[in-house]
Design a protein around this ligand. Structure first.
Ligand code: ARG
Length: 549
């Protein structure tokens, strides 16, 4: 049970009686009482009455069971103080429920979450790290809320770089009968790239190889498959190290949609949406203009006849809605691709592939910056490799789960739309809004139970620090719903941090093991509920909770 919604239900009929129509009581936690409603203020103009009078009227008409005190305050707020008994009951109900009182979604939706989605045959870099971490937290949270989540890893496994890579593989292995060993992917990619940049003959062969690959040449296809498979193995290793829930079945790379691209062009043509521009086939969706005011094109087929990133995204979108039956589409991709997605969504709507009742959202995020405020790079100015980053996290932390948790939490604890500075010392600190702080808070409670030798009992609250912790505990549901509904994991992260802080204040002021038996059992009950809430919340963020550190 969540007290905001309980108070909401108490005030709603009274407000309706006073206003003559349904009114949102807008109950919020408040520093002046336990909760506050500002609904009377919003009604003053309409009813032509002073807000304080309206508030008093509502208070008089409301069912006040479980409410210790109602006071009209300031310009017309209703301050609500709940009884200790009501708080105790809410906590006991949460404790008795494996879901901590959070009901699963009444109307589950099928939600496709496109995340991680790196480019195959290249090492995953830190930009993909953000998508992977944020997308995974989102997928876990939505799933826990009862939605039917389909994870999609839109792997960049197609396109011109593969001509170069396959050709390089052939060079290494002779005529196709050879060993064709790829070895380390990054080294392999860099070697191919260096040849492509300096060797005209190789460049020509690479271009021809793209054509061969795309027209189904068996050797080219076989080697391409080998490259993609190797890349997938490498990615799955990284996901396992990171504790990310993406598995082998979640790969749905760009290559999957190649057979659908011609149909995308025909479909757009039939709807009269295509226009030619410098030999390319484009759609100019309504409402998109460049800096010069000219309409912006979404290029569907390039002048050379090849299909690009946008065409593939249109085909993928049509598949997700038409075949997978999605109600919602999430794309967890960096902020620079905002316009791309807005245009893809707009074109898909115009084409009728994205019906009104299906929502599509670009879940954008900022960059990871170095201490110099610029994009995170190695000292030599190169891109940071994910594997090296994870190695360093593990080496710097007291346990692998702490190092990995620190990286993930640093990414999730700030508003995703902003950039953040990658700072080892800050993210690994055991105090402050960090992953280790949560992990230590959790482990400390587990250790309390090892010393207690007895389990939690029924919770009752009386002390102010108990009440404060109780309110923090009861804030779990709104935090999870906000994190999921707004696709803002930092709401949950911030909540968990506040909860850990409230627990530590409680623990300082209220002796647990030394208290008399009933109080001791109740306080252990609060500790247990705190541990369970931390554990559940951390698992929704993909952060491991350790019993002992
Ligand atoms: N592979 C792309 C990149 O690295 C991201 C793909 C995101 N997903 C999508 N459906 N476009 O930039």
């Amino acid at each position: 049970m969540n007290l905001e919604s309980l108070l909401h239900d108490r005030l709603e009929p009274a407000l309706e009686a006073v206003a003559g129509h349904p009114v949102d009581p807008a109950v919020r936690a408040s520093p002046h009482a336990d909760f506050q409603s500002g609904a009377a203020l919003a009604l003053a103009r309409e009813l032509g009455r002073p807000p304080r009078e309206i508030a008093a009227d509502v208070a008089a008409k409301a069912d006040l069971t479980g409410i210790a005190e109602v006071a009209v305050s300031g310009p017309g707020f209703l301050n609500l103080t709940v009884t200790d008994d009501l708080i105790g009951r809410a906590l006991r109900a949460a404790a008795a429920d494996a879901r901590l009182g959070v009901a699963p979604a009444a109307e589950p939706e099928r939600i496709v979450v496109d995340y991680s989605s790196p480019n195959a045959a290249k090492e995953m870099h830190v930009g993909h790290l953000r998508s992977t971490i944020i997308g995974d937290a989102l997928a876990r949270t939505l799933e826990w809320l009862g939605h039917d989540v389909i994870r999609v890893n839109h792997l960049g496994d197609w396109g011109t770089p593969f001509g170069m890579l396959v050709e390089h593989l052939i060079d290494l292995g002779g005529d196709g009968g050879g060993d064709h060993s790829i070895g380390d992917l990054t080294t392999f990619y860099q070697a191919a790239r260096a040849k492509f940049d300096t060797d005209d003959g190789f460049r020509t062969r690479a271009r021809l190889r793209v054509v061969a690959l795309q027209s189904g040449d068996p050797l080219s296809q076989q080697l391409w498959r080998k490259l993609v498979a190797q890349s997938q193995r490498y990615l799955l290793d990284s996901y396992a190290r990171l504790g990310v829930t993406l598995g082998p079945d979640d790969f749905a790379g760009e290559s999957r949609y190649q057979d659908d691209l011609a149909g995308i062009v025909t479909g757009l043509g039939e709807k009269g949406l295509l226009a030619e521009s410098d030999g390319a086939l484009c759609v100019f969706p309504a409402g998109f203009t460049g800096r010069d005011g000219a309409p912006l094109p979404l290029i569907v087929r390039k002048a050379d006849g090849g299909f690009g990133y946008a065409a593939t995204d249109l085909a993928a979108l049509r598949h997700r809605v038409g075949k997978l039956g999605a109600d919602r589409l999430f794309y967890v991709v960096g902020a620079p691709q905002r316009i791309h997605f807005q245009m893809v969504f707009a074109v898909a709507r115009e084409a009728g592939w994205l019906p009104d009742e299906v929502t599509a959202e670009h879940i954008g995020f900022g960059s990871i910056l170095g201490a110099d405020g610029k994009m995170l790079k190695t000292r030599a100015g190169g891109t940071i490799r994910l594997a090296g980053l994870l190695d360093e996290a593990v080496a710097r932390a007291s346990a692998p789960a702490i190092g990995i948790g620190a990286i993930k939490y640093a990414d999730l604890s700030g508003d995703r739309r902003g950039d953040y500075v990658f700072d080892w010392d800050r993210m690994l600190a055991s105090t402050g809004n960090t992953g280790p702080y949560l992990q230590y808070a959790y482990a400390r409670i587990r250790s309390l139970f090892r010393r207690a030798g007895s389990g939690p009992g029924p919770v009752t609250v009386t002390e102010p620090a108990e009440r404060a912790l109780a309110f923090a505990l009861l804030g779990f549901e709104p935090a999870v719903r906000a994190a999921a509904g707004l696709a803002q994991p930092h709401r949950l992260a911030g909540y968990l941090h506040d909860l850990a802080v409230a627990f530590s204040a409680f623990y300082e002021r209220c002796p647990v093991l030394r208290a008399g038996s009933e109080v001791r059992a109740s306080r252990l009950g609060l500790a247990d509920l705190t541990a369970r809430t931390l554990h559940t919340g951390m698992s929704l963020l993909g952060i491991e909770a350790l019993d002992e550190i």
